[in-house]
Design a protein. Structure first.
Length: 350
């Protein structure tokens, strides 16, 4: 026996008083399943979002204002890279921009013809490659080592000791290295006391690039350790237990579980580090400039400072800084695109 829509098993139809509420409930269910036209695209009205996120907006407003004031408003000063800027042509430096003559790309042509600029760029690239090879893997290795420690107290003490130099200024870092590796340092004096000839690593221009890399590792490796330990904390212990049940030893668990879990963080930090390739440091090199000479310690940041602050050539220094910033943006975009090709998110999603 076939049943028609809305009929009972005995073939009779329910009363209208029962059929109408049932139809109303069915229409309500169908209406709930089909979203409203205004929310089909997943868009929430701006007024609703503003009311919902009002507290968060008020919390981030001071940060946004500081970011605009100190990071974006100064970008307008890059206009002096296309001028022969003279701060004394007016009563203050801001209005002097409107009275300085335009020279077009003359400052950039001068930069290309300056051999000192290319020497600084060469030192910057060499130091970046060296720090990328020697410095970047060390926080990962130390984070894996600390994460393998079973006792929480030992792990906390080791992490605190490694993170402490991050709070030291570069003046203190250079002083500590001077007291250890300098001509009058502990190592040199100990060697001389035992009949050996001492050495002065702090004035050796040939080893300067390794010296500053060691200083960067000692100072900032602890910060990278915290980042990677936070990523390791998010790894489920079920994965390690499943790998152990499958017969994987410690090294295979690290290779097949730990490192894949760290890969998104490694890709993100690597993209940011590549984008910061032309900014290997300023104060660290400036403090040791007289000890090893300009040829070994001159990088782009110190070159801009020397030309702009010491020599008063603000337009030329602005041109060099502008080129450095544009190249940094291109490196970030290129590295992020490469991360996407490897299947990682990078700085932003596709």
């Amino acid at each position: 026996m076939s049943l028609t829509a809305g009929s009972r098993p005995d073939g009779t139809r329910p009363p209208a008083a029962v059929e109408e509420p049932a139809a109303a409930v069915g229409a309500a269910v169908a209406k709930a399943r089909v979203p409203h036209r205004a929310s089909k695209a997943g868009k929430v009205p701006f007024r609703v979002r503003l009311r919902r996120d009002r507290a968060l907006i008020l919390m981030t407003l001071p940060v946004i204002l500081l970011l605009l004031l100190f990071n974006y408003v100064p970008l307008l000063g890059n206009i002096v890279a296309f001028q022969d800027y003279d701060p004394y042509v007016s009563s203050n430096g801001v209005t002097a921009i409107f009275h300085s003559p335009w020279v077009g790309v003359e400052q950039f042509s001068r930069m290309i013809d300056d051999p000192l600029f290319w020497d600084a760029a060469k030192n910057t690239i060499v130091l970046f490659v060296l720090q990328l090879v020697l410095f970047f893997p060390i926080p990962i290795a130390l984070a894996l080592l600390i994460n393998s420690v079973i006792r929480p107290r030992v792990r906390a003490v080791a992490q605190a000791i490694m993170y402490l130099p991050h709070f030291f200024s570069w003046v203190l870092v250079v002083t500590v290295f001077q007291q250890i590796f300098g001509g009058a340092g502990i190592i040199a004096q100990t060697l001389e006391d035992h009949g050996w000839s001492g050495f002065d690593l702090m004035t050796n221009a040939d080893l300067f690039k390794y010296l500053v890399t060691a200083q960067a590792v000692w100072k900032d490796a602890g910060w990278g350790i915290i980042v990677f330990l936070a990523a390791l904390a998010a790894v489920s212990t079920d994965l390690y237990e499943a790998a152990a049940m499958d017969g994987a030893g410690r090294w295979r668990r690290m290779w097949h579980v730990t490192l894949p879990a760290l890969r998104p963080v490694i890709a993100l930090l690597l993209v940011l580090r590549v984008g910061d390739a032309l900014s290997v440091g300023f104060e660290q090199f400036l403090l040791q400039r007289d000890a090893v000479g300009v040829g070994a310690s001159e990088v782009l940041d110190t070159y801009v400072w020397n030309m702009g602050i010491q020599n008063g050539d603000f337009s030329y220094a602005a041109a060099v800084g502008l080129v450095k910033g544009v190249i940094g943006i291109c490196l970030v975009l290129g590295a992020n695109k490469f991360a996407h090709l490897l299947g990682e998110q990078g700085v932003y999603q596709k």
